[in-house]
Design a protein around this ligand. Structure first.
Ligand code: ADP
Ligand code: MG
Length: 275
């Protein structure tokens, strides 16, 4: 593909939706891989205790591995937990371990409990600069399906929110709760946070329902919804069990194609917005 515009500053994108199974992890993993394959330096931060993004990117995350848990709770430097993704050059991953499930509660009593991820990321960027490592162009934070302190940390660290919406009944249900939470964060903790991107996932163009839902979401969020929709594609769901992104697993599939297109659109829109 063509060379993408490099953002003028690191874009930190939180991939969030408190509903499970809407395509957060799939979108995080495949967009990150598409951007890295197009020459961007990309960091994925997995903050879901399930560690699905870590698994999909072939990063070990059993309970002895140093992870985002140690970064958030014990202030271990991010540089000590970040590992290169074997499948994709230019993509590095901070894995999640199951002990992150407890972090939700452990964070409550810690100082700067909402800012811990933000601080760790900034220290990591400084570390890379000192080491002469290339600047990170994109960070994608894969959130758990909840709006607890882990997700708050992601919102505080981020410049943008990307919301995957599954194109089905009740697509918009629960969205107002998510948007209210984001407003609270904007008001009290991170005034520069912006919902930049909504991506329609698991789209089945053969059904009237999918087209209706897509139209409805576009009506509510005309500026945010990407033109590119992610189709329902079995290759997308098969890829993680081979510890590959769909871009490697089946580069010609509609799933791979759509994630490559979405990556281009996100890069171009950022560039057009002066980011
Ligand atoms: P979340 O992270 O929001 O819980 P996932 O990304 O894990 O959601 O997706 C939920 C399930 O749906 C997974 O099994 C995944 O492989 C599958 N899936 C996601 N996107 C697609 C798609 N476009 N086509 C087919 N299956 C998909
Ligand atoms: Mg997930």
């Amino acid at each position: 593909g063509r060379k993408l515009p490099t953002p003028s500053e690191t874009r930190i994108v939180t991939v969030s939706n408190q509903k499970g199974g809407v395509g957060k992890t799939t979108t995080t993993v495949n967009l990150s891989a598409a951007l890295a394959r197009a020459g961007m330096q990309v960091l994925v931060v997995d903050i879901d205790p399930q560690g699905n993004a870590s698994t999909a990117l072939a990063i070990p995350h059993n309970s002895d591995v140093d992870s985002v848990y140690d970064v958030l709770i014990d202030e271990l430097p991010m540089a000590d937990v970040v590992k290169p993704c074997p499948d994709v050059d230019g993509l590095v991953v901070a894995p999640a371990t199951i002990d992150l499930a407890g972090a939700e509660i452990e964070l409550v009593s810690l100082v700067a409990r909402e800012q811990r991820l933000s601080r760790a990321l900034n220290e990591y960027f400084t570390y890379r600069e000192k080491q002469g490592l290339p600047r990170i162009d994109y960070v994608f934070i894969d959130c758990p399906p909840s709006l607890g302190l882990l997700t708050v940390n992601a919102f505080v660290a981020a410049s943008e929110v990307l919301i995957p919406i599954q194109t089905e009944y009740y697509a918009l249900e629960g969205l107002s709760q998510l948007l209210n939470n984001i407003q609270m964060i904007q008001k009290h903790l991170n005034s520069s946070l912006k919902v930049s991107t909504i991506i329609l996932t698991m789209y089945d163009g053969r059904t009237n329902l999918a087209t209706q839902v897509a139209d409805e979401v576009r009506e509510h969020f005309p500026a945010e919804v990407l033109k590119t929709v992610i189709p329902r594609n079995v290759r997308i769901s098969e890829a993680p069990s081979f510890q590959q992104t769909v871009l490697t697993y089946d580069p010609q599939s509609t799933g791979a194609l759509s994630y490559r297109e979405a990556a281009v659109e996100i890069a171009d829109r950022g560039h057009a917005a002066g980011i």
